[in-house]
Design a protein around this ligand. Structure first.
Ligand code: B12
Length: 216
């Protein structure tokens, strides 16, 4: 059982950019064998979202937002290897190429999706952030991938998801290859409008979606 008070303290440590405190909570969660997905989604993630809200409201300036983001990354670098260790399935469920689209450096959410897919039995090639559309395609061709997962956190880079899908179609790869899209500004309707094969709002739903689509 995860204490609600502790979950909100985790979020608060991210809001304050208190790396030492946040890492202490992450270490404790690992040692106590807590459900780390819950710890991330209900503890630390609300913290980085709150920092974003404060920035939007003009209460935080960019350096404060960056401090919170660095704190979040430090925590995630402790928790993600633990998620991967829990990998139970030996046989790969499918090959996934993942990255944040060109022009966009946000990678916290993409990294979480990447770790969860890998922890749940997919073979994941993570191209990082600011990934050129052609790099997604080349890697997918080379690896004979089942999915491309494209993350966008900016409304500007969201438009590139559309370009990516158009490019995939011109390559006549689309028979087998499926494109999944996500990121904070993305929603189901957008995914439908641009002809994506799927959308998921968080890392766990991304795993469920990929598992469902791979069976088709
Ligand atoms: C942290 C952060 C940063 C950090 C990024 C650090 C890093 N390494 O990632 C820093 C401080 C560097 C940053 C920079 C900028 N940021 Co910023 N940032 C954020 C913030 C606060 C949180 C993002 C985050 O990490 N969320 C937590 C993760 C876990 O959630 P997530 O990314 O949404 O991912 C989940 C789901 O979306 C989904 N998912 C994600 N990807 C995918 C992919 C697939 C395929 C699937 C299925 C699912 C999926 O699963 C994830 C896990 O559950 C958001 C605000 C917000 N609330 O989103 C602004 C925000 C995204 N940033 C914004 C902006 C404007 C910027 C800057 C342009 C600011 C500037 N003036 O320089 C720059 C971007 C520069 C660039 N070229 O990319 C705006 C975007 C506005 C817009 N309409 O486009 C936002 C929305 C803030 C705001 N409210 O205005 N930012």
């Amino acid at each position: 059982m995860i204490d609600n008070k502790r979950l909100s303290e985790m979020g608060q440590a991210i809001v304050e950019g208190n790396k030492e405190e946040a890492q202490k909570y992450a270490k404790e969660a690992i040692e106590q064998n807590l459900d780390l997905m819950k710890v991330i989604e209900n503890g630390f993630v609300p913290g980085i979202q709150k920092a974003g809200d404060l920035w939007e409201q003009g209460e935080y300036f960019l350096p404060e937002l960056i401090t919170s983001a660095e704190c979040m990354k430090a925590v995630m670098s402790m928790l993600q290897p633990e998620l991967k260790k829990k990998k139970l399935i030996a046989k790969s469920l499918g090959k996934i190429i993942i990255g944040t689209i060109e022009g966009d450096i946000h990678d916290i959410g993409k990294n979480l999706v990447s770790s969860m897919l890998s922890a749940n039995g997919f073979d994941v090639v993570d191209l990082g952030a600011d990934v050129k559309l052609t790099a997604f395609i080349e890697k997918a061709e080379q690896e004979k991938a089942d999915f491309i997962c494209a993350s966008s956190l900016l409304t500007t880079t969201m438009l590139k998801q559309k370009n990516l899908i158009e490019l995939v179609k011109t390559k006549s790869l689309s028979g087998k290859l499926k494109v999944l899209v996500g990121g904070a500004p993305v929603n189901k309707q957008w995914a439908k409008d641009i002809g994506a094969d799927g959308y998921a709002e968080n890392a766990m739903s991304a795993v469920k979606l990929a598992k469902t689509l791979i069976q088709r």
